[in-house]
Each structure stands twice: as structure tokens, then as C-alpha cells.
Design a binder for this molecule. Structure first.
Ligand code: SF4
Length: 128
């Protein structure tokens, strides 16, 4: 059939790891291989608008380490990951940084924030 897209996925929702076959055409999206509805929903989301939690490192000045680990506090469209990382890579924080601190609000307009996931003490050993 014309304009048909086919993709194979492994469902990551539970340890069963079902192999999912996805076919998208003018009639819609068809999923086979899922042993439960969660896998079908996962495959449709992956096929139409894949989402990810973005994990990254952010530069820190004046701290015990030069970077702090961070992540989004929710999922963002995979298509926005590059734009989000470009923004993250321009940020330089000043130590101290506390786990849970908001680093960037509404990253790439995705409606979620980048938050620190570690404590970084100032080079004098101080946390705020
Ligand atoms: S389709 Fe259902 S049973 Fe299979 S891996 Fe996904 S969640 Fe688990």
C-alpha cells in the first residue's frame, strides 16, 4: 500500500518485552504483538509522538565538581530534545546547587522544567 510506514518496537512497559509490529497507513495505526492494551498504547505513542525524560549535565562554576546532573521533571517530545539540549548547554550555574533546584523553567516550551538531581557544594564545602 502507498504511504505505509512499518516499525518494529520492543515494549518497555513491563519485563515481558513484547515485540510489537506497527503499521501506519491512511486507515490509521495498526499494532500487533502486544499482550495487553498498555503495549498498544505505548506503540501508538512511540509511532506518532514519542516522548522522553531528558537527562543531562549542566555546567557549574565554583563548585566541588564542574557539572551537576539534571533531568526534566516530566516527559518532553523527542523532537524537542535537540532544542532543549542547546539551551541546557548555554547555562552555567553558580555553586552551591541543591538536588531539586529548578534550573530552567518550561524547557523548549515543552511545559516541563529542568531540575538538578544532585547536590554540588561550593568549593568551600557549603550547600545552600
Ligand atoms: S505489551 Fe503489555 S505485556 Fe507486553 S511488554 Fe508491553 S506492557 Fe508488558
Amino acid at each position: 500500500m502507498l504511504n505505509e510506514a512499518v516499525k518494529e518496537l520492543t515494549c518497555i512497559i513491563c519485563p515481558n518485552g513484547c515485540r510489537l509490529n506497527c503499521i501506519k497507513n491512511s486507515s490509521g495505526v495498526s499494532i500487533t504483538g502486544a499482550r495487553c492494551p498498555n503495549g498498544k498504547n505505548y506503540a501508538i505513542a512511540e509511532f506518532t509522538n514519542p516522548m522522553r525524560v531528558l537527562t543531562c549535565s549542566v555546567k557549574v562554576e565554583g563548585g566541588e565538581y564542574p557539572v551537576v546532573s539534571a533531568r526534566t521533571d516530566g516527559m518532553i517530545p523527542k523532537a524537542l530534545v535537540g532544542k532543549a539540549m542547546a539551551r541546557v548547554n548555554r547555562i552555567i550555574l553558580k555553586a552551591p546547587v541543591n538536588a531539586g533546584d529548578t534550573i530552567i523553567k518550561n524547557i523548549a516550551g515543552a511545559g516541563v522544567d529542568i531540575i538538578a538531581t544532585k547536590n554540588i557544594r561550593g568549593s568551600g564545602g557549603r550547600l545552600s
